[in-house]
Design a protein around this ligand. Structure first.
Ligand SMILES: *[C@@H]1O[C@H](CO)[C@@H](O)[C@H](O)[C@H]1NC(C)=O
Length: 169
C-alpha cells in the first residue's frame, strides 16, 4: 500500500478540543512524503478546520451523530478564495460531494492524481476538469459554504480515493 503522506507540510495541526495539540510526526518518514503546497491562497500554512457547531475537520471525526466518520481532512478556506494546486497533478474529472445534489451551491470539486496518489477535493469550482496543472497554479474558487452552513469553518475537503487518512499517524 502506498504510504505517502500528502499533507506533510502542515505545521500547526489543530485537533479537536478533546485532543491535545501535537506536531505531525513528519521527520521519521520524510523520504516517503509528498510535500503538499498551499491549498488555499488565504491560508498559506494549510491550517486545518478545527471544530464548530457542524463538527470537526479532522479525519475520522463523527458525522451524523456518530453514524458515519469523516473520511477526509478539512483545510480552512474562506468563501470565494482562490484554491491552488498543492503539487503537480493531472485532473481526472469532476468530484461531487453530494450524490443527490443536496446543496447544489457547493456540490462541486475535482479528482486529481500525481506523485502516485489519487485524491479528491470538494467544495470548489474547478477552472477545468481535465489536463495538467503545476504546483501553485490556480485550481479553482472556493464555493459559498457559509450560505449552506452558516457559521461553519469554511474549508476544502481533502479525501484520498482509498479513504485512507491524508496524514497517517
Ligand atoms: C499526467 O499524465 C501524463 C500522461 O499520462 C503523464 O505523463 C504525467 O506524468 C502526469 N503528470 C503528473 C503530475 O502525474
Amino acid at each position: 500500500m502506498n504510504t505517502l503522506v500528502i499533507l506533510a507540510a502542515l505545521v500547526p495541526i489543530v485537533l479537536c478540543a478533546k485532543h491535545p495539540s501535537r506536531p505531525v510526526d513528519a521527520v521519521s518518514r520524510r523520504s516517503e512524503m509528498v510535500k503538499f503546497g498551499t491549498l488555499c491562497k488565504g491560508n498559506p500554512a494549510n491550517k486545518p478546520r478545527g471544530c464548530d457547531k457542524f463538527g470537526c475537520g479532522s479525519y475520522g471525526a463523527r458525522r451524523d451523530g456518530g453514524k458515519r466518520k469523516h473520511l477526509g481532512l478539512d483545510i480552512s478556506c474562506s468563501d470565494g478564495d482562490t484554491v491552488l494546486t498543492p503539487f503537480d497533478v493531472n485532473i481526472t474529472g469532476l468530484a461531487r460531494p453530494y450524490k443527490n445534489n443536496k446543496n447544489p451551491a457547493i456540490n462541486n470539486g475535482v479528482s486529481l492524481s500525481g506523485q502516485g496518489l489519487c485524491f479528491k477535493l470538494f467544495y470548489l469550482k474547478p477552472v477545468k476538469t481535465s489536463g495538467m496543472l503545476r504546483k501553485g497554479e490556480r485550481l479553482g474558487t472556493m464555493l459559498p459554504m457559509q450560505k449552506v452552513y452558516p457559521g461553519i469553518g469554511s474549508h476544502v475537503h481533502v479525501q484520498m480515493c482509498d479513504h485512507s487518512n491524508p496524514i497517517p499517524t
